[in-house]
Every structure is written in C-alpha cells, then in structure tokens.
Design a protein around this ligand. Structure first.
Ligand code: ATP
Ligand code: MG
Length: 289
C-alpha cells in the first residue's frame, strides 16, 4: 500500500491511457468570513486515466460530493486546477452524473426523466425514445416507464437516476453513492450490470461510496480520503482480482479478504488519529462487522 497519495500510479492496464480527470492541488472552502467558513478540500490531488474505474472512499463530510461537482464544472476550485479531457470542466452529455439525491423532475414520467438527459444531443425523437427505452429496461423499470417520481420507491428513483446518467453514453461517469438506497439484492444486480456496462463502454468512472466491499468489487483503484479538509491520503490498487468480476465469487477470494482487512486497518488508524472523524458514518460500521 502506498503511504502517500501517488498521483499517476495507475493500474498496469490503464497505465498506457491518458489522464482524463485531473485534480491538482485543489482547495475548496464554503461560506464567508461573516458566516462560518468550512474548508472542505485542501491540496487534493487525483488523476483518473481513460477507462479507469476509481472509487473515492472517505468519511462523511470529507468532500467527496464536492470533488464530483468540481469535476462536473458545477463548482470552481479556490486553489489548484481541475481538468477534464485536458481542459476546463463543463457539464454536458460527455459527463454523466448520478447524484446522491436523485434529482428527478417530479412532473415528468420515468421515460420523460431519462429522455430529458438526451435533450442537448443531436438525436432524433425516435432515437431518443429508443435509447431511453433501452436504459429504462436495463435498470429493470420497463413496467414503470409511465410512472411519476412520487410513485416510485427510493431504490427505483435511484435506478431512474442511473438510467438518466447512462443514457447519454458519457465518456466520464461520476457516481455519488448510486446504490446506497437500493436493497441488497438489487444492489448486487446493479453492481454486476454496472461492471458489464463499464467493460463494454470503456468509460472512465469516478465512483463515491461508503462501502469498502463495493469499492473493492468495482474498482481498479481506491483513493482513500482523510477527514475534512479532505485530500487523497493513499491510492490503493485493487490487484489479484481479474475481470470480469461478476463471473466468480470475488468476495471469497483471499485477495479480496486481505485487501478488505488492510483497508479497514487503515481506516481504523485514521479514526484513532482523528477522534472527531465520522468515518463510520452511514453504512460503513455495518460492514465492519
Ligand atoms: N454549497 C455548500 N455550501 C456550504 N457548505 C457546503 C456546500 N456543499 C458542501 N458543503 C459542506 O462541505 C462539506 C463536505 O460536503 P460533501 O457533500 O462534499 O461531503 P461528502 O464527503 O460527500 O459527505 P457524505 O459522505 O456525507 O455525502 C460538508 O461539511 C458540507 O456541509
Ligand atoms: Mg456526499
């Protein structure tokens, strides 16, 4: 395990590809001098190469969502630089974002919500409809295409959000705890589906999760963040778990068990170093057992 953030030390397979998302010494604070100022990120550096799957793992409030919003161009950094595809980040169909809150449009149906993401593309009406149908089917909501968000459960809403992000077939996919509110069984199915999609699309994924197991299962590399002001403390390669990982019982492999143990040791260490830390917030403590 690397002791320091090792920007650029990507997995061997991805080593040849270009960096597609780069955060270089990024700082970000919210608030003003008059209102309480919160320094969320300090000297945050991260590099995600084309086609790489990287998970951000860190305590609640350490700035994970903020990182995704910086990459999407929804926020600007106070210090350092964020580049996507070699330039300034701009929201658009090449960047798919699955938000932590679903952000569905309440007066649109499921189909309308998914099709809406295709508005800025040059696709014809029929193509939009066909594409939306395909992704609604993929997330298992075909029978609910005409339903409105208030008629959906939390897990179903999250699946609509996922379909909406995937439907533009983005080159970079930003996912903010996309499976957090989905039941365990559907979650496993969706994880496998995401791995399939990712392997066939070649998209670059920056994935936020509180789950150590989920991070290991899905990622090429895990970027472990420390408590606020957040930054990447370590980049941990997921090694010895060949893909496709849906084709065998990954969780029972000694490499998986060993990496999980190492990660938890490191997380415990971080908690001990910072008694204020909320590392065991939401979900993680259950998995520690
Ligand atoms: N627009 C904003 N204005 C003021 N403070 C903000 C804003 N967005 C985020 N923050 C603060 O920044 C900190 C980091 O927030 P962020 O949502 O990035 O954390 P996170 O790591 O995603 O947490 P969680 O795991 O709980 O989702 C929090 O203290 C939050 O209150
Ligand atoms: Mg968040």
């Amino acid at each position: 395990m690397n002791q320091e953030a090792s920007v650029g030390r990507a997995a061997p397979l991805a080593a040849k590809s270009e960096p597609q998302v780069v955060l270089d010494g990024v700082g970000k604070s919210f608030g003003t001098a008059a209102r309480a100022r919160t320094e969320v990120l300090r000297d945050m550096s991260l590099e995600v190469r084309e086609g790489e799957f990287v998970s951000l793992l860190g305590p609640s409030g350490c700035g994970k969502t903020t990182v995704l919003r910086l990459v999407d161009g929804l926020l600007a950094p106070d210090a350092g630089r964020v580049t996507v595809f070699g330039g300034d980040p701009t929201p658009g169909p090449e960047l798919g974002f699955v938000f932590q809150s679903f952000r569905l449009i309440p007066w649109f149906t499921v189909r309308g919500n998914v099709e809406f993401a295709l508005a800025p593309t040059g696709l014809s009406r029929a193509e939009k409809r066909e594409r939306a149908e395909r992704y609604i089917e993929l997330v298992g909501l075909r029978r609910f295409a005409e339903a409105h968000p208030h008629e959906l459960s939390g897990g179903m809403s999250q699946r609509v959000a996922l379909a909406r992000a995937l439907v533009t077939e983005p080159r970079v996919l930003l996912m903010d705890e996309p499976f957090a509110s989905i039941d365990a069984q559907t979650r496993e199915l969706m994880q496998a589906e995401l791995m399939r999609l990712w392997s066939s699309s070649g998209a670059t994924v920056l994935f936020v999760t509180h789950s150590v197991d989920e991070a290991i299962l899905l990622s090429d590399r895990i970027a472990l963040m420390g408590p606020r002001p957040g930054r990447v403390l370590e980049n941990i390669e997921v090694e010895g778990l060949p893909r496709p990982r849906w084709s065998y019982d990954v969780r029972s492999r000694p490499e998986f068990v060993d990496l999980r143990r190492r990660l938890w040791e490191r997380i415990r260490q971080l908690v001990l170093e910072d008694p204020e830390s909320d590392f065991f917030g939401r979900g993680t403590s259950r998995e520690a057992q």
